[in-house]
Write a protein that binds this ligand. Sequence first.
Ligand SMILES: [Zn+2]
Length: 213
Amino acid sequence: MRELKPIKIVTPPLAANCYLILDEKSALIDCGGDTKFILNALSRYMEPKDLDYLILTHSHFDHAAAAGDLKELGCKILMHKDEYALVKAQGFTSIFFNVKFKPFKPDFELKGGEIIELGDVVLEVIHTPGHSPGSICLYDENKKWLFSGDTVFAYGAFGRVDLPGGDAKALVKSIEKLSELDVENLYPGHEDVIEGNAKASILEALSIVKMIF
Ligand SMILES: [Zn+2]
């Protein structure tokens, strides 16, 4: 059997990384902001209408603006309840970037602690506020994979906290929480993936974030 790996899809308009997992169930982690682009990318690997889950790490338009269109194809949307509250309160508009996107309702409002079983891949939802109030990370304990959204990136980088709902102190606590995990591979919401000893990258982010905030 071919080793199952997340398929990285870099999406417009701000080069957000989305990850497609093709297991017994299929899941897309974030979808970017361009519906045509993501549908075209998905169709290289599967029938887009067969996608089971769209899991949103957070609601920023560069990660989530195509969600309303994808939901119409039939996938279930999972996102944190605080993030849905934020995007609803903002009327599905990114005030900061002046972008409006199609409203949608998540099928599952997450709190953190849920387990999403895709087959071989089993993802635990970790609530990691800071970059946004309902940011989540997804952790596979057996594979030691962490999908980190915009909370933490490769090489000790971490998410900005100056957007609506951002919270520097919460970000420090969230990265502290992540630093306790055993992580081999890091799949962040932008830039490079780290394969092998990704925990070092998270520890580096923790030391820098503590210096700054
Ligand atoms: Zn973001």
